[in-house]
Design a protein around this ligand. Structure first.
Ligand SMILES: CC(C)(COP(=O)(O)OP(=O)(O)OC[C@H]1O[C@@H](n2cnc3c(N)ncnc32)[C@H](O)[C@@H]1OP(=O)(O)O)[C@@H](O)C(=O)NCCC(=O)NCCS
Length: 375
């Protein structure tokens, strides 16, 4: 449609749920509302404060982009069943050359929570591939799970976290990057997003971690070499500790549960299933208890809940795994006792696995537990 004036040059795209159309001057008031919304300010590069003159300039620049051969392509998002085509947000495709483009998007607060953006992202990405594009890149400020959830649902693969990748209003932010290539299935995720389903027994509840659990954090006391570095949350490290765990879950690498007291719901520790990519149907079990939560059997109850969930068939809400493995350091009798009570078998001892705080070396014990069907 190049050569045509704006807005006739803008292809209308729809999947029956969402419609992408050309921006209009009538959209300016809602563009201003969107750009002054706290979520938009937190996660995007919008200038702030944002006024109507800036909104009009934005719509003019969009028109100029569409009438330039390699210019940016921005659409207004509307609900397909809305006869008034009320502005609900913007999605933009920015060509980088060589068939590569990057996508950006944001919704007006009224457009959120309706799954509009996944449809919009599929339409714009498919449009790019239909023009001969080969790859679409996505970037977001680290921690923008709502944005990653949209890209994830559309088949994007997560590539990594880059320090200070993105800047906005003279501040640098760590950035997430991902992409999808032509030929990929845009209708389903490329990797799982692990969920901490709530599990409960014998006074213990396993549930998703919450930001407020920081109030339960304690200084760490115990065998420092028993856990990988950084595995124990402390009052100082908890926000970053939790962000890393949420990242790993959103990338299908592991599933974390907060071990909580069922009555008070207070956090007592962490239970984790770490996916073993090279061993289909296998995961590593891990757990830790805060110092004040030890000595009442909570790790064994939590471990039993996790292993029942791990071995339950997928059709029954479980993971359908066939094997769990675990590792304890040679000194860690308390943890070895938990695994014995759970039915794990020790199968090997690895010498000189890690250093104790005095510099001496400790062994690792390796454990395994098979489902009854695999034994
Ligand atoms: C990012 C944005 C477009 C997502 O659209 P949205 O309408 O809020 O998303 P939805 O409510 O339709 O949610 C889509 C999915 O993400 C999930 N989700 C939303 N917020 C989430 C969060 N913080 N953590 C995990 N999942 C989240 C929803 O539960 C839903 O999951 P489901 O498909 O399994 O039901 C919107 O939140 C937005 O405009 N944010 C501000 C601007 C922005 O961040 N733009 C992206 C810059 S890279």
């Amino acid at each position: 449609m190049t050569g045509m004036p704006f807005p006739a040059c803008v292809p209308e795209l729809t999947d029956g749920v969402v419609r992408l159309r050309a921006h209009r001057v009538e959209d300016v008031d809602r563009i201003v509302e969107q750009c002054n919304d706290p979520e938009s300010i937190r996660w995007t590069t919008v200038p702030t404060p944002y006024d109507a003159a800036m909104g009009r300039e934005f719509v003019e620049s969009i028109a100029a982009g569409w009438t330039t051969p390699a210019g940016d392509r921005l659409w207004a998002i509307t609900a397909a069943d809305d006869p008034d085509e009320v502005f609900m947000g913007t999605i933009d495709v920015r060509a980088k050359g060589a068939g590569i483009a990057s996508i950006g998007f944001g919704l007006h607060p009224e457009g959120r929570g309706r799954h509009l953006m996944a449809g919009a992202l599929r339409l714009a990405t498919q449009w790019w591939f239909d023009q001969g594009g080969v790859r679409m890149f996505w970037q977001a400020n680290r921690g923008n799970f709502a944005s990653w959830r949209v890209a994830w649902a559309c088949g994007f693969t997560f590539h990594g976290t880059v320090p200070e990748l993105l800047t906005a209003r003279d501040q640098a932010f760590d950035g997430w990057t991902g992409s999808v290539g032509r030929g990929a299935d845009l209708t389903r995720p490329a990797a799982p997003w692990r969920e901490s389903v709530v599990l409960e027994a014998d006074g213990i509840r396993l549930r998703p971690w919450r930001d407020e659990d920081i109030d339960a954090m304690e200084p760490w006391v115990g065998l420092e070499h028993a856990m990988p570095p950084g595995a124990q949350p402390t009052p100082e490290t908890f926000p970053d500790w939790l962000l890393r765990r949420r990242e790993r879950m959103s990338q299908g690498q592991s599933t974390h549960w907060c071990i909580a007291d069922a009555e008070s719901d207070r956090a007592m520790g962490d239970a984790v299933l770490i996916d073993k990519d090279q061993e289909e149907g296998t995961a590593e079990l891990g757990y830790l208890l805060l110092p004040s939560a030890r000595g009442r059997g909570a790790a064994t109850i939590a471990g039993r809940l996790v292993l029942e969930h791990a071995f339950a068939p997928e059709g029954e809400g479980g993971r359908g795994l066939r094997k769990l493995v675990a590792l304890t350091v040679g000194d860690n009798q308390a943890s070895a006792g938990v695994l014995e009570r759970l039915g794990f078998t020790p199968w090997g001892r690895e010498p000189a696995f890690c250093a104790r705080s005095d510099g001496s070396l400790d062994d690792a014990r390796h454990w395994a537990l098979l489902t009854p069907d695999s034994r």
